[in-house]
Design a protein around this ligand. Structure first.
Ligand SMILES: [Zn+2]
Length: 493
């Protein structure tokens, strides 16, 4: 079925791929473009209406209520239990080492059971049901990743002969990709899609150099470039040097339809791809079994996918334009500032951070437990005034400070405590440095702009330095978190 679809698409697009330009095909492409543009205009009107409604109601930030834990803790008993737990870990590890050395001659045959054993240990000993197995998360992630992969791949055929941005293959970012998401209500995945300019267009990032890094106030200027001498190769006329009345149906669609002024517009870009993906989905074989719903968010769109068993997966798509050849992008990511203009594309470190975790995975052993440590800490921090990003920053600092071989299962308790201890020191000092800015420990394979390497790192705990009450509250919460960790390790909840 998939092959039939691909051949059908190829049959549609073959005339364009040939040496001679086929006028009928080009007209069909133009008609499809006009149709998509109409759909997008309708959606944009709906979004603007929705925004007006939203501004009337206003936004009230709801602060999470602080759970007050009370009761006496029998510290002596707890420490004794932790000591027992650690002892058991050491014994398990020693037994595992002995078994593996005695069975070296059967290593190949037993490799798979040994892997299962590691996974079972990861799942059974410390991990109550609230922590879903990493394997299960990875399988779900792989599925939605390849679904978006297919959508983008097919969409490319739909837009041949038009001048809209090219979407590249998705990059998994955030907790679901890094493997430390622990919620089980729904599978939410964040997929980052890099955009490049279509032929005849150039995306020129404009950054506010006076602002603090990562730059929030940045825009993408869209310019037309001369393509003289490459008409046959690109199958187009030069936008700059061809008189408008002789361009015929050829239009600089990105500049005309996806920009406000001459700056790339987040909402218009999201609308375009949403309409495109909806159309593509109807032609994909998966649409026979799965239900897909695509809805606009404030700065991008969300895909909800329901499988035949009514299990729901949610994909938040983030668009971005690469800054030079670095791993830093200007993105459509949601911002805490509700009034951010639609032509603003703040810098994001999401791709660089995803690359850092890939780097750690490549160097860490099979039984590395760093994500499990992070998962446990994320679980106990739920409801407190520390964000997942702050926790992740702590882990990234520790992963460069402590050798990767010391993140194995046998050091699970120590490393989890290290994370909380590091966090506590940061709270006491009212300072948590951004990981990627002004940090010499960032691996060289992560390509950062020059200014990231030489700048003073921003303080993620600036709020604690500015507000004594919040600092006092954070110190109090740290004490609660230490207790919560002990309770979790002992009782598993
Ligand atoms: Zn030219």
């Amino acid at each position: 079925m998939a092959l039939a679809f691909i051949f059908a698409l190829l049959a549609q697009t073959l005339p364009l791929a040939g040496d001679e330009f086929h006028e009928d095909t080009f007209i069909r492409m133009r008609q499809r473009e006009v149709y998509l543009r109409e759909q997008m205009t309708e959606l944009l009107q709906e979004v603007e209406q929705s925004d007006r409604d939203h501004s009337r109601t206003g936004m009230l930030a709801l602060l999470p209520s602080l759970k007050i834990m009370s009761g006496l803790c029998v510290f002596g008993l707890m420490f004794w239990l932790i000591w027992k737990i650690e002892k058991k870990l050491w014994e398990d590890q020693d037994n595992s080492d002995e078994e593996s050395s005695s069975n070296e001659q059967h290593q190949q045959e037993e490799q798979q059971p040994a892997q299962q054993s590691v996974e079972e240990d990861k799942q059974s000993f410390f991990f109550p049901e609230i922590f879903r197995p990493v394997q299960e998360q990875t399988a779900n992630f792989d599925y939605v990743f390849f679904l978006l992969f297919d959508l983008i791949w097919y969409a490319e055929y739909f837009t041949i002969g038009t001048f809209y941005p090219k979407a590249h293959l998705p990059i998994g970012v955030g907790t679901s990709n890094e493997g430390w998401q622990f919620t089980e209500e729904e599978n939410v995945f964040y997929l980052f899609v890099a955009l490049t300019a279509p032929p005849g267009h150039v995306f020129q990032p404009e950054l506010d150099t006076a602002g603090e890094l990562p730059v929030r106030n940045s825009r993408i200027h869209v310019e037309l470039e001369c393509t003289c001498g490459r008409e046959e190769e690109l199958n187009m006329l030069c936008f700059v040097h061809t008189p408008e009345d002789t361009l015929g149906d050829q239009r600089p669609s990105t500049l005309q339809n996806l920009c406000t002024g001459s700056y790339l517009d987040v909402k218009k870009t999201a609308c375009w791809f949403m309409v495109l993906f909806r159309l593509v989905w109807k032609c994909m074989p998966e649409s026979a079994e799965y239900r897909m719903n695509v809805t606009l968010t404030r700065r991008s769109f969300r895909i909800q996918l329901e499988d035949p068993y009514r299990s729901l997966s949610v994909i938040d798509v983030i668009f971005g334009v690469q800054q030079g050849n670095t791993d830093i992008f200007l993105s459509s990511q949601e911002s805490e500032i509700s009034s951010i203009p639609s032509t603003t594309w703040p810098q994001t470190c999401a791709v660089a951070e995803a690359k850092f975790f890939e780097h750690i995975d490549a160097h860490a052993g099979q039984d590395s437990f760093h994500l499990e440590c992070l998962k446990v800490c994320a679980y106990i921090l739920e409801g407190y005034n520390f964000s997942p990003y702050e926790l992740k920053t702590v882990l990234m600092h520790l992963l460069t400070a402590i050798p990767v071989e010391c993140w194995s299962r046998r050091y699970f308790v120590q490393r989890t405590e290290d994370i909380l201890r590091y966090l506590q020191c940061c709270v006491e000092e009212k300072r948590l440095d951004h990981f990627l800015i002004g940090n010499e420990e960032v691996p060289a394979e992560i390509i950062l702009p020059w200014e990231f390497r030489v700048s003073v790192p921003p303080n993620l705990f600036q709020r604690l330095a500015q507000d004594p009450d919040r600092h006092e509250q954070a110190l109090y919460e740290m004490e609660m978190l230490q207790d919560r960790l002990r309770t979790l390790l002992i009782y598993g909840k």
